[in-house]
Design a protein around this ligand. Structure first.
Ligand SMILES: NC(=O)c1ccc[n+]([C@@H]2O[C@H](COP(=O)([O-])OP(=O)(O)OC[C@H]3O[C@@H](n4cnc5c(N)ncnc54)[C@H](OP(=O)(O)O)[C@@H]3O)[C@@H](O)[C@H]2O)c1
Length: 320
């Protein structure tokens, strides 16, 4: 897994009012990895929590691993640096430890290029949420004319200029990742592919492909999220294994990923959950437990993106 801490706190859906406190609790609980994104619209508040803890002396910047993501409206090569700077500015950081292409699809940019190339102005106009999903009259997303191989070149430039230490991808399927890895003149490989992964969607084949090519995997939605009708935490198999180890179901779901060499980023704004979710290094699941958990797979994807299904790069066209 290289330098990426095995468990990170994810900040998706953490409302601005709560996420600063969640980050502070997490640092005290021992988290050093924070998973952010422009699209979560809370980078300013995440950054406030981080800065508070650094100022307090609880942690140093160099001890932290902070990730953010390039949103789909900024795939044009000329916009990548502006987008990265916008996240850095919101987080009030000088560099990111990891910057990911959030999805392989590029969308139509929100503003004319001259505005986007002016970092200060585009930051003022960015108003998260308003222009993130450009839709046509039928409410389908308007694609951009970019190719993620070109976007990747601008991502590589971010490493060279020192704005980010590592780059990676998210929601790439096998074919898309292979295309990137085979890109002629590739200067930096993606260090990770962040994908939805939990016992109902174990991603066995994609994980084995990534690991065979030395690309780590980061599991999002590891607890099954807060999706209506799906309650992974209440699954009887998970509950039974949890009882046997005197651990919580969430801890079993997190430990399951660690034992597959998969980095895992549970999301929480509840202090007791945040603390519980990192207490996963004092027990081990047996091979029998692992097999039982793997057998729960039903290829159930919770994180679909319906309005982009028209996009040529929508990653779930090709199920691996
Ligand atoms: N790359 C992508 O495209 C992408 C897409 C979706 C998500 N993600 C990332 O993945 C992260 C995780 O996704 P997620 O938040 O949907 O799913 P998750 O981490 O599987 O589940 C989060 C839910 O579980 C609850 N929870 C957390 N710890 C718990 C515990 N110990 N016991 C019981 N319930 C617990 C949380 O509630 P409380 O807050 O009350 O604890 C929250 O409702 C996100 O934060 C996001 O950054 C990435």
């Amino acid at each position: 897994m290289g330098d990426i801490p095995a468990v990170g706190l994810s900040c998706w859906k953490a409302s601005p009012g709560k996420v600063t406190e969640a980050v502070k609790v997490a640092v005290d609980a021992g988290y050093r990895h924070f998973n952010c994104a422009y699209f979560y619209h809370n980078e300013k508040e995440v950054g406030a929590g981080i800065r508070y803890k650094i100022k307090e002396g609880a942690v140093r910047r160099e001890d932290l691993f902070i990730a953010s993501k390039l949103w789909c409206t900024c795939h044009k090569k000329s916009l990548v640096k502006t987008a990265c700077r916008r996240s850095l500015k919101a987080l009030k950081l000088n560099y990111l430890d990891l910057y990911l292409i959030h999805w392989p699809m590029g969308f139509k940019p929100p503003h004319p290029e001259w505005i986007m190339s002016c970092s200060e102005l585009s930051f003022c106009l960015s108003r998260p949420g308003v222009h993130d999903l450009p839709l046509d009259e039928s409410d389908m997303v308007i694609p951009g004319d970019t190719d993620f191989l070109d976007t990747w070149e601008a991502m590589e430039d971010l490493v060279i200029t020192g704005l980010v230490k590592n780059i990676g991808v998210s929601n790439f399927n096998h074919e898309q990742l292979e295309r990137l890895l085979n890109k002629p003149g590739l200067r930096f490989k993606p260090v990770t592919n962040q994908i939805e992964c939990h016992p109902y969607l174990t991603q066995k084949n994609l994980i084995s492909f990534c690991q065979s090519r030395d690309v780590s995997v980061t599991a999002y939605r590891p607890l099954g999220g807060s999706c209506e009708g799906v309650d992974l935490i209440d699954d009887p198999v998970i509950q039974r294994i949890a009882k046997e180890h005197s651990k919580s179901p969430a801890q079993i779901l997190i430990r399951f990923q660690i034992q597959r060499n998969v980095i895992v980023i549970p999301g929480s704004i509840t202090p007791s959950h945040i603390k519980e979710n990192i207490q996963v290094f004092d027990f081990e699941l047996t091979q029998h437990d692992m097999d039982n958990i793997l057998s729960l797979d039903r290829n159930l994807r919770l994180a679909t993106f319906p309005i982009t299904k028209n996009h040529k790069d929508y990653p779930f066209h090709i199920e691996y």
